[in-house]
Design a protein around this ligand. Structure first.
Ligand code: PHE
Length: 347
């Protein structure tokens, strides 16, 4: 009985204690072996009952021993592996990316125009002089062609300057490519497209200028397209894109490929038109160039300008993003500073 109690109350916390337990209860020199030896002197009629009792004791001792050694093994294993885990520590944040502000604004522009029947078209960024300038009526000596503005990448192999290759300076090259795609002799398919993309100009990088930026070109060519359609379309765009109450004005301007031409200004989103550094205290900011496509440009693409007319516009995505989200330095768009980018989370 006493030994039973002793086994049940025995506590083993270390390898040494485990060995002591083994010596006392399991080994051939232990107390249980000793008790079995005493069985001989027990009267024959009691021997069976006492024998059963001793077997129970022996099994119990073995069971405890197994438990203790498992415990010691586990303790040993965890002490040798990683330090204990503190489940109360805060977890490391799981950082997911956010959409780039220029991407957000481009998507919004596409959405607005798609809803009024425009589709999205695309054209090359490495372009010939003809598509970027010539077909758009830029005279040979136009300053925009100058090496100082345009990144030329290759001289034409046959000496034809129209085939010199350059990085496009605007998305207007895609106007030409879309109009050219009409098959002569087949029914004219009206063109109603917007064309987002990267453009390049040889500018020194500063808060206000960059050598790489983004435009969205728009083109609508069909029978009976008039200046009123241009105004309606851009009024609608401004109403959808900017704050309620934003004012818009068309200011006469000049582009070689549109006639008449207009620049589109909106009331400054930052100061509400009262005057601030963004609008240079005028209350207005320019967001796009536009105009009726010059008949000569339409003819350059093999379309009869007597029958078909249209309008075009081109806007800068960086500028629109600046006005919408008050981004005062163009360089922020390309520096990939997460403190900037994270501010657009969830938009
Ligand atoms: N391509 C012109 C620019 O980059 C903008 C424009 C596009 C003007 C279409 C008129 C029509 O400044």
């Amino acid at each position: 009985r006493d030994i039973h109690l002793e086994i049940d109350q025995y506590d083993v916390r270390s390898k040494e204690q485990l060995e002591q337990f083994r010596l006392r209860f399991i080994s051939r020199k232990g107390v249980i072996t000793e008790l079995f030896e005493g069985l001989k002197s027990v009267p024959a009629e009691d021997r069976r009952a006492v024998g059963q009792e001793l077997n129970g004791l022996k099994n119990r001792a073995q069971e405890r021993f197994d438990q203790f050694s498992q415990f010691i093994d586990e303790q040993h294993a965890s002490a040798n592996s990683a330090p204990p885990i503190d489940l109360t520590l805060p977890v490391l944040p799981n950082l997911t990316g956010t959409r780039h502000p220029l991407n957000l604004v481009r998507q919004r522009i596409i959405q607005i125009f798609e809803r009024i029947g425009f589709n999205v078209a695309d054209g090359p960024e490495i372009e010939s002089d003809w598509y970027n300038f010539g077909a758009l009526n830029f005279p040979d000596n136009h300053p925009a062609r100058d090496m100082q503005d345009t990144f030329f990448v290759a001289k034409s192999p046959n000496g034809d300057p129209a085939q010199d290759m350059l990085l496009r300076t605007h998305t207007s090259n895609v106007q030409i490519r879309l109009m050219e795609r009409q098959k002569p002799g087949t029914a004219f398919k009206p063109i109603r497209s917007i064309m987002p993309g990267r453009v390049y100009r040889n500018e020194t990088i500063s808060a206000r200028a960059h050598c790489l930026f983004h435009q969205v070109e728009g083109l609508y060519i069909d029978r009976n397209v008039g200046f009123k359609d241009l105004k309606d379309t851009l009024y609608h765009f401004v109403k959808e894109m900017f704050e309620p109450g934003t004012r818009i004005r068309f200011r006469p301007s000049y582009f070689p490929f549109t006639e008449p031409s207009a620049e589109i200004d909106i009331s400054c989103q930052i100061c509400g038109g009262k005057g601030c550094t963004i609008c240079k205290h005028s209350g207005w900011v320019e967001i796009a160039g536009s105009g009726m496509v010059d008949p000569q440009v339409i003819a350059n693409c093999g379309i009869d300008p007597e029958e078909y007319t249209g309008f075009a516009f081109g806007m800068g995505i960086e500028r629109i993003t600046q006005l919408k989200y008050v981004v005062n330095d163009l360089r922020l768009y390309t520096e990939n500073d997460v403190r900037f980018l994270r501010q657009f989370e969830g938009l």
